[in-house]
Design a protein around this ligand. Structure first.
Ligand code: ADP
Ligand code: MG
Length: 370
């Protein structure tokens, strides 16, 4: 059991900067998820930890050991790939045993470890089969078993659930989480799927163009995203953005976006600002409430227990245009397209972003006077 640390790690491939000055500390036993779009540098970060790539600059530590000059086999870390990379001509038993045989582990010991690991993963009845005779979910478990049986210091998992169909994938998530709780070892798990990241990660490391944008708990990433990219990448349904300006109004300042005027406090800077709201922090009702704005439902997405509502907001008492588009989560089947509604925001939950997309911690919505 051991933690992992990256210190100002950069990896260049000719002109591509795949990993850009990433510093990251993964405590012993953590389930860290590296989340990012395709090509953002996730796999390269894993390969640098495993020693399958060598960084252009910076340092990698496993435990307290600086491992920059260590070969992959000397890092005692197990990697599970999206493709599983099983040997097709070997039985499940021999696939799992392979790494131990290479290390010349004693035969009885191999047998004990293969069988107990297979049992742990519920594949002990498939040991005589070849990979081609297994389902996708079983193959994925064989790949995991092969990693676990080696008793490594840490596990690196590169989109191991991506090849499973949606139904198995969600149960595989639950299993993987349970496995982590049993093994209590460090897991670094790569995915481009934000819901997978949210369910699995103790913390999420969000990468974009090789840069680490934020590393935080799922709750923090949702409620305090570092910038607009993180805010829109994480959370489902997606965050709503109101593009607007800060304008002087009377004694103070307001955020103005079309018909939406929201008194704010904070910086006196006047200029373009974006407000971000989670759809579940937007309230929709049939009757006006203090501070709510009239709108019309333009779309409904049925999600099951709740609906995702698309609403055009009009100015209070003004002409129907211009409008601002917002989204809300509401109880299923309560609203339909064309319904007239009143929309209110939870002022404490509104996030502010500057023109560069960075979150402005100093700005907030003024509490409403009732
Ligand atoms: P991800 O896993 O997030 O999809 P990768 O880490 O695989 O992203 O790739 C990050 C960037 O580095 C991409 O632009 C990719 O094309 C580039 N890259 C990765 N590996 C190599 C390589 N061996 N040679 C050249 N470019 C590479
Ligand atoms: Mg990848």
């Amino acid at each position: 059991m051991t933690g992992i640390r990256l210190e100002n790690v950069t990896k260049r491939f000719k002109t591509t900067v795949a990993v850009d000055d990433v510093s990251l500390q993964i405590p012993d036993g953590e389930f860290l998820v590296i989340l990012g779009a395709s090509g953002s540098g996730k796999s390269t970060i894993l390969r640098l930890i495993a020693g399958l790539e060598v960084q252009t600059s910076g340092h990698v530590y496993i435990g307290d050991m600086l491992v920059d000059d260590y070969e992959p086999r000397d890092r005692n870390i197990a990697m599970v790939f999206q493709s599983y990379a099983l040997y097709p001509h070997l039985t499940v038993y021999n696939n799992i045993a392979f790494g131990l045989k290479v290390r010349r582990v004693e035969k009885g010991e191999i047998d004990r470890r293969v069988k107990s690991t297979a049992q742990l993963l519920g594949i002990d009845d498939t040991l005589d089969r070849r990979p081609s005779e297994l389902s996708g979910g079983q193959r994925q478990r064989v790949a995991l078993a092969r990693a676990i049986v080696r008793d490594p210091e840490a596990f690196l998992l590169d989109e191991p659930l991506s090849n499973l169909d949606a139904k198995i994938r969600s149960s595989a998530r639950v299993e993987l989480k349970r496995l982590h709780q049993q093994l209590k070892q460090t897991f670094v798990f790569v995915t481009h799927d934000q819901s997978e990241a949210m369910t699995l990660g103790d913390r999420l490391a969000i990468v974009h163009h090789g840069k680490l944008l934020q590393c935080d708990t799922p709750e923090q990433v949702l409620s305090r995203p570092a910038n607009r990219y993180v805010a829109s990448f994480v959370g489902s349904p997606e965050m709503v953005f109101l593009e607007g300006n800060v304008a002087s109004t009377g004694s103070g300042f307001s955020f103005v976006s079309g018909p939406v005027v929201i008194p704010i406090r904070g910086e006196s800077r006047v200029g373009p600002v974006t407000i971000g709201l989670r759809p579940w922090d937007v309230a929709v009702g049939r009757t006006p409430q203090p501070g709510s704005l009239p709108g019309r439902v333009t779309g409904v997405e049925r999600l099951g227990p709740s609906d995702h509502l698309f609403v055009d907001v009009h100015g209070a008492g003004g002409p129907p245009t211009p409008t601002a588009a917002v989204r809300a989560l509401v109880r299923a089947y309560e609203y339909d397209i064309g319904d007239s509604v009143w929309v209110a925001f939870d002022p404490d939950r509104a996030l502010f972003f500057d023109a560069q997309g960075e979150r402005l911690d100093s700005m907030s919505v003024l509490p409403r006077r009732s």
